[in-house]
Design a protein around this ligand. Structure first.
Ligand code: UGA
Length: 447
């Protein structure tokens, strides 16, 4: 059989990376996004967001870029997408509904409604977006009803587990592939698509629709729970005078617990974990299973309390008052190696301090543009040193590698006072204290 031709609908972090990765695996790929500026950038071989390695991968495959394979092209025509593709990957976003916990499915629904009426020959639509359990079954029925091909237009669900900052690596070398299918044809097609990673040893798990959808939401809930667990321990350490960093290391040596995702600090943010646990709770409620997930409410509250605790720590460091005080904030993105500021704990803390009267100056290596768009009233500086100039306290809120390399003595020379608060527990307290700084961190003893 000839290689299936692939389309990718929705070209954000997930879709842009998936499209480039499919081209890298040797497939002919056609991408579509409803935001024209995003498509224009991609057509030039530029990534619409900062993601390590993505631009290089795009440039290797986008048609028209010199020296590229030419296997990746873009269109804004649904007819062209339908005519071209044997397999259509749905990668549109599923944000939190405005003012509610539930998941906003309007982008997915619109994509299906735009594509399905053009499916005139056998095709497989593969959902990758994170959706409430039960969506795949509903969408499969909708596709079968709208597509001229009828039952020959099938659906499969193939959740994505990529992390921002590692999107390219996670897509080309996933740690598992999960597909929810309704029949053997979908499985055979997806085995073909993922033949390379499977040959490299990636586990390939075939499930029904609801299990595939739940694998994704339960994985993200587990990760969020792990972070909130260690942050709860940080709260207890603060009360008891313990050190959560040592505690995490010590419990993490137990293989059953593991050391990953036990970094205490200002907690999780981003476009996934916070909204996914909320949507999961909302969906469980609809299914009459809300009791099963009441613990996620606690996971969410612990997470939000850490941001408030960071603000309190800053207030304490400033002698009890924030008004008029100068605060340098290092980091604005929700994690390093990304320019994403969606639900960023760092930006949220910076915003709270600003709203309480402090003069906040932010520096982030890649997220300044996005941070400014969300919070234009904060001050922004072109480097860590510039942000720290004249500051009464420095807050380390996103653990970019360059902040670990900062010279405490040089930074101390430009600040008004040598106070630093580590909201990510990645700076070395000994180094900073040696240079005369008062160093405080969440869940660690004050010296
Ligand atoms: C998360 C999951 O890790 C991916 O597997 C999943 O595919 C993705 O969501 C998604 O649903 O699309 P991501 O949001 O990129 O990926 O970021 P994570 O690495 O999970 O970090 C999330 C947040 O948790 C960040 O704000 C990070 O700073 C925080 N975190 C992480 C901690 O506070 N402590 C830790 O120990 C680890």
């Amino acid at each position: 059989m000839a290689s299936p031709r692939i389309t990718v609908i929705g070209l954000g972090y997930l879709g842009a990376t998936h499209a480039a990765a499919m081209a890298e695996l040797g497939f002919e790929v056609l991408g579509l996004d409803v935001v024209p500026e995003k498509m224009r950038k991609l057509e030039q071989g530029s990534a619409p967001m900062f993601e390590p390695g993505l631009e290089e991968l795009l440039r290797s495959h986008v048609a028209g870029v010199e020296g590229s394979s030419g296997r990746l092209r873009f269109t804004d025509s649904w007819e062209e997408i339908a005519a071209f593709g044997d397999i259509h990957f749905l990668c549109v976003n599923t944000p939190q509904k405005h003012g509610e916990y539930g998941c906003d499915m309007s982008y997915v629904d619109r994509a299906v409604d735009s594509l399905a009426p053009h499916l005139e020959r056998p095709a497989l639509v593969v959902g990758k977006s994170t959706v409430p359990v039960g969506s795949a079954e509903r969408l499969a029925a909708r596709i079968a009803a709208l597509a001229p091909a009828g039952a020959d237009a099938e659906l499969a669900w193939n959740p994505e587990f990529l992390r921002e900052g590692f999107a390219v690596k996670d897509t080309l070398h996933p740690d598992r592939i999960v597909i929810g299918v309704g029949g053997p044809r979908a499985e055979a097609l997806l085995r073909d698509v993922y033949a390379t990673p499977v040959a490299e040893g990636t586990p390939f798990l075939v499930t029904d629709f609801p299990t595939a959808e739940l694998v994704k939401t339960s994985a993200n809930s587990f990760l969020a729970t792990k972070i909130s667990f260690i942050n709860a321990m940080a709260e207890v350490c603060e009360a008891a005078g313990g050190d959560v960093v040592k505690l995490a290391e010590a419990i993490g040596h137990d293989d059953r617990i593991g050391r990953k995702f036990l970094r205490a600090g200002i907690g999780f943010g981003g476009g996934c974990l916070p909204k996914d646990i909320r949507a999961f709770m909302a969906r469980a409620g609809e299914l009459g299973a809300s009791e099963a997930l009441t613990f996620l409410r606690e996971v969410d509250s612990i997470n939000m309390r850490r941001r408030a605790q960071m603000v309190e720590l800053a207030r304490e460091a400033l002698g009890g008052a924030l008004l008029g005080k100068r605060i340098a904030v290092l980091g604005a993105t929700f994690k390093p190696d990304s320019d994403d500021v969606r639900d960023s704990p760092a930006l949220n803390v910076a915003g709270q301090l600003h709203l309480q009267g402090a003069q906040v100056t932010v520096y982030d290596p890649k997220g300044m543009h996005n941070a400014r768009a969300v919070f234009p009233t904060l001050g922004y500086a072109p480097s860590a040193l510039d942000a720290a100039r004249g500051a009464d306290v420095v807050l380390h809120l996103t653990e970019w590698a360059e902040f670990k390399e900062l010279d405490p003595a040089a930074l101390g020379d430009v600040t008004a006072a040598r106070h630093i608060l580590d909201g990510r527990n990645t700076l070395d307290p000994t180094l900073w204290r040696k240079a005369g700084w008062t160093f405080r961190a969440l869940g660690r003893p004050t010296l």
